[in-house]
Design a protein around this ligand. Structure first.
Ligand code: ATP
Length: 513
């Protein structure tokens, strides 16, 4: 699985084959960019959500939760700027009739140059062997510096043209870079146009009285409009945060890459309300805190990087993405945005109500500034899933497919397996299952040879297999098999819960850093 494209195909098929992710409405040939989570997927998704919630809400006394409705008063979206500015720049290819996001075409062009840099590094590594210093090579090699310069200049120009809404220049840039349609190979492009991403719907019984609504394109606005409700009823003092997880909807034009870009997806957002003037300090704080959260899962430090935004959204004075190395390259996983007082001020203006905080130390009212952390749950799912799926060569010339999901996130923490379906072994296995179920999600399997059952558990990422055999009848011990090392040890039944807990407890993961 060295080839990233092959790996990505394998990720998609494995997700389906093992009950993680299904295409929505598959019996009707599916609905594009909409997905359902199956019996294992829903567990992994829930565990990621919980891991986030615990880190953000449970472990911070000054952050509380919220569950706002998906439907919101339509003026919300006028105030937030989404009606006027939540657009993607679109370009059509006249020959293939395919539609693309103009900015994505340019970004993909840059990603290809990035791949060339990676190739140069690989070549040099081979040539210089042990004496190779990658950092120095990247900083001094003429060819690499040329590539880097090209990427920087291109992204800078793209950022400026988009920021100035100069779409003619975006098209010129695409022409100058000689970007071709990946389908037709042609350079016959239309002009770049704006396209609003919000889904509209109607609320009300009759056509005349119905009110035009939008499905929320982000969860953040539900937090802003509830800022005073939470602050007053929770007697919160600045700085404090409100966290929320929930569905968001965007009519994405280029909705490919599996669950990376969906039309219906789930966000995990936290808005941190702060004193004006402290935003730069909190911006740095949350960038580091969120990166730490990711690193706590042990999925490889080199798989993450920050991307600081050149082009800032209409509400932000600073913004960065935490990018993850997906099978198709480094892409945004989470955004950290310094949103100023834009949202609260806009809602004050449109609602005609004050949304301010009385600072008793300073004896004055002010509209707080906001620092946002916003991560896509589905994208996080894809990051975990694609990073964990491995094809491992074994000593006896065979191989196994194993999902090395961080065990704190694994759908099942243990599988209980009676070696054979007789001699009272299933009954003992059932009592072990019933006992462990109080603390963990545990699965039971008695079909097929035990080796095949181990493989099935490897494929869904279960960190432990507990096998009950004839020795159990004699001395109350069982075989405990570790997913990652395949090591098997003999332990007492009564020790199981403690051993499993030690490995999967949130505390032991979040505390790692
Ligand atoms: P992109 O540039 O990839 O379209 P964005 O900058 O519009 O993303 P934000 O508005 O900052 O994204 O949303 C916050 C997070 O929500 C993103 O970091 C991403 O993880 C997730 N997200 C956004 N759009 C989608 C989508 N269509 N499908 C799945 N997750 C998404």
């Amino acid at each position: 699985m060295n080839n990233p494209q092959d790996h990505f195909k394998k990720v998609i098929s494995h997700a389906k084959e093992y009950g993680f992710v299904f295409q929505s409405s598959e019996v009707y040939d599916g609905l594009s960019a909409v997905y359902d989570y199956g019996q294992n997927g829903v567990e992994l998704k829930k565990n990621i959500r919980d891991y986030w919630w615990k880190a953000m809400v449970q472990m911070n006394t000054n952050i509380v939760g919220l569950d706002a409705a998906i439907f919101m008063h339509p003026t919300t979206w006028k105030a937030s700027g989404h009606v006027d500015a939540f657009n993607d720049p679109l370009i059509d290819n006249k020959d293939s009739k395919k539609r693309y996001r103009a900015d994505v075409l340019v970004e993909n062009y840059c990603a290809k140059i990035e791949q060339k840099i990676e190739k140069e590094v690989k070549k040099a590594k081979k040539r210089f062997g042990n004496s190779f210093d990658e950092a120095e090579f990247l900083a001094t090699n003429g060819r690499v510096l040329g590539y880097r310069e090209k990427i920087d200049a291109t992204l800078k120009r793209l950022g400026k043209s988009l920021g100035d809404e100069d779409f003619a220049d975006v098209k010129t840039l695409i022409e100058e870079l000689e970007i071709v349609d990946p389908v037709s190979g042609s350079r016959n492009w239309t002009d770049v146009k704006q396209f609003n991403l919000m889904f509209g719907t109607k609320l009300g019984a009759s056509a005349e009285s119905a009110m035009d609504l939008y499905l929320r394109p982000e969860t953040a606005q539900g937090i802003f409009v509830n800022f005073l409700n939470v602050q007053k009823t929770g007697r919160m003092k600045i700085p404090f945060g409100i966290a929320q997880t929930g569905k968001a909807f965007r009519n994405e034009i280029v909705a490919r890459q599996f669950i990376f870009r969906m039309r219906e997806f789930e966000q995990m957002e936290m808005q941190f309300f702060i004193k004006p003037g402290t935003q730069s300090m909190w911006y740095d704080h949350w960038k580091q805190a969120r990166l730490k959260w990711h690193l706590s899962l042990g999925m490889g430090e080199s798989n993450y990087r920050f991307h600081n935004h050149e082009k800032l959204a209409h509400y932000a004075d600073a913004a960065a993405d935490i990018e993850f190395k997906f099978p198709f390259g480094f892409k945004e996983l989470e955004g950290i945005h310094s949103r100023t007082d834009f949202d609260l001020s806009q809602h004050e203006k449109y609602a005609g109500k004050k949304l301010q905080f009385f600072d008793s130390e300073e004896n004055k009212n002010y509209t707080p500034y906001v620092l946002e952390t916003s991560i896509g749950l589905d994208r996080m799912f894809l990051a975990v899933f694609s990073n964990s799926l491995q094809e491992e060569a074994l000593e006896n010339n065979s191989s196994r497919t194993v999902l090395k999901i961080p065990s704190v996130l694994a759908p099942y923490k243990a599988a209980v397996l009676p070696l054979v379906k007789k001699d009272g072994l299933p009954e003992i296995a059932q009592t072990i299952l019933k006992d462990l179920q109080w603390d963990f999600n545990v699965i039971y399997d008695e079909k097929d040879a035990v080796g095949r059952r181990y493989r099935r558990q490897d494929a869904i990422g279960t960190p432990f297999c507990v096998t009950v055999d004839h020795q159990t009848l004699e001395d109350n011990t069982v075989t405990l098999r570790y997913r990652d090392t395949m090591e098997q040890i003999r332990v007492e039944k009564k020790e199981l819960s403690k051993i499993i807990n030690q490995e999967v407890a949130t505390k032991n993961w979040l505390n790692k850093l």
